[in-house]
Design a protein around this ligand. Structure first.
Ligand SMILES: *Cc1c(COP(=O)(O)O)cnc(C)c1O
Length: 411
């Protein structure tokens, strides 16, 4: 399939074996929880099996053929992931996922750069993974957190707030690229440029943008970008942190242990340059190699096609939700991520999601790891339907039927 021609989406869907299953109650699975984790295509599953069937050995220290092969594949995977987001190979650190990437920076960067009285700026839309690590860092260093306010349920940031909030005591601005609970797409390029012009470091939480829209970290102009593999067709337990080379080189280690050292004495050690400095212990070798396979897979379809598909399906979904009596879709009216939070009058999100499961429909309900945001918007939580390119128009239409039936049942 060449990235220029529009993919045959039903052939693409057939590459995901899990999607053709029937649930225990006889209902076909309708998987609309992609913002929590994506499914995996056969090509990615095969890459995992291939690695463990043919190439498994520890990396970097073995002088035998198998280890050399594993090492070669692991390091090539770094280059592949770098290419996927427009970075250089030495700017990619493999992590367990988005959360670990944020924690790495919240430790390493903050221990070098954050002082008492400093401020870390976030937005009110942050996932707990891009909030708690900064709370902990602020406590360690005597710093405080401030938040760019969200206007209302549309998820739009207050447009006038940011320039006034980028004050001299702000040292780092960390924000979600695409909100996992409202679908807001933040103007990351504009925000990173504004922050940089004032000497403020930036971290972009790319958990919902990587694999969904074209991402080029150099165009974004961020200092750090974090992603998790499991939301972009790769396994759980693998992710990547991009750090601008000049930024990474000056950071102290996060975890200590094998592979990140240059030389060790009993009382002290010297450390290798990035990225090795930040990869202590045996890494998730298979995960990295398979993450690269997922990048190949997604680029094979074409991220542009995926983004267009996401957009078309999302528009249909939001319209379908709003057409159901008693249902209100929440989030931006214009462009948004491939998801919609919604509320159903008189039905608690947990009850709704449990009822949906009876029909084979997988949704998520609750605070979506954004508890303070739900509180601010005075919502008891929401139900959320989230899409990926392998979902279908028919599934969205069926979702609307199911929700209509649930609404009738509870009314
Ligand atoms: C899922 C998610 C995270 C956490 O990502 P992991 O890779 O699972 O650690 C962080 N931020 C956002 C916006 C997310 O959607």
């Amino acid at each position: 399939m060449s990235p220029s021609s529009t993919p045959d989406w039903s052939a693409v869907r057939a590459q995901f074996p899990i999607l053709s299953q029937v649930q225990s109650n006889g209902q076909p699975l309708i998987y609309l929880d992609n913002a929590a984790s994506s499914q995996k295509p056969q090509a990615v599953i095969d890459a995992l099996v291939r690695y463990y069937t043919h190439d498994n050995a520890n990396v970097h220290r073995g002088l035998y053929e198998l280890s050399a092969r594993a090492t070669d594949q692991y390091e090539r995977a770094r280059g592949r992931v770098a290419q996927f987001i427009g970075a250089e190979e030495n700017e990619i650190i493999f992590t367990r996922g988005t959360t670990e990437g944020v924690n790495l920076i919240a430790h390493a960067w903050c221990s070098k750069n954050l002082r008492a009285g400093d401020v870390i700026l976030l937005t009110e839309l942050e996932h707990h993974s891009n909030l708690i690590p900064w709370q902990l860092a602020a406590q360690r260093h005597g710093a405080t957190l401030r938040f760019v306010p969200v206007l209302d349920e549309t998820g739009a940031p207050d447009p006038t707030a940011l320039p006034a909030m980028l004050t001299p005591e702000v040292k780092l601005f960390a924000f979600v690229h695409i909100s996992n609970s409202l679908g807001t797409i933040h103007p990351a390029e504009e925000w990173c440029a504004l922050a940089r012009s004032r000497g403020i470091a930036t971290l972009v939480d790319g958990a919902q943008s990587a694999g969904h829209i074209p991402v080029n970290v150099k165009d974004l102009g961020c200092d750090f970008y974090v992603l998790g593999g499991h939301k972009m067709c790769a396994p759980t337990g693998i992710g990547a942190l991009y750090g601008r080379a000049e930024m990474l080189d000056e950071l102290p280690p996060f975890h200590g242990g094998g592979e990140m050292i240059e030389s060790v004495r009993y009382d002290r050690a010297t450390y290798r340059a990035a990225p090795a400095r930040f990869e202590a212990g045996t890494p998730n070798i298979a995960g990295a190699i398979v993450l690269a396979a997922a990048c190949d897979y997604l680029d094979g379809i074409g991220i542009g096609h995926i983004a267009a598909r996401d957009e078309a399906l999302t528009r249909r979904m939001v319209d379908a939700l709003n057409s159901i009596n008693g249902v209100r879709a929440i989030g931006p009216e214009g462009p948004r991520g491939a998801l919609s939070s919604f509320v159903m009058e008189g039905v608690h999100p947990h009850d709704l999601v449990t009822a949906a499961s009876e029909y084979g429909l997988a949704l998520r309900g609750g605070h979506h790891c954004t508890q303070p945001l739900m509180k601010k918007l005075k919502l008891p939580g929401t139900a959320r339907a989230s899409l990926y390119f392998y979902n279908t128009e028919a599934e969205i239409d069926r979702m609307a039927e199911i929700l209509t039936a649930i609404r009738k049942y509870f009314a």
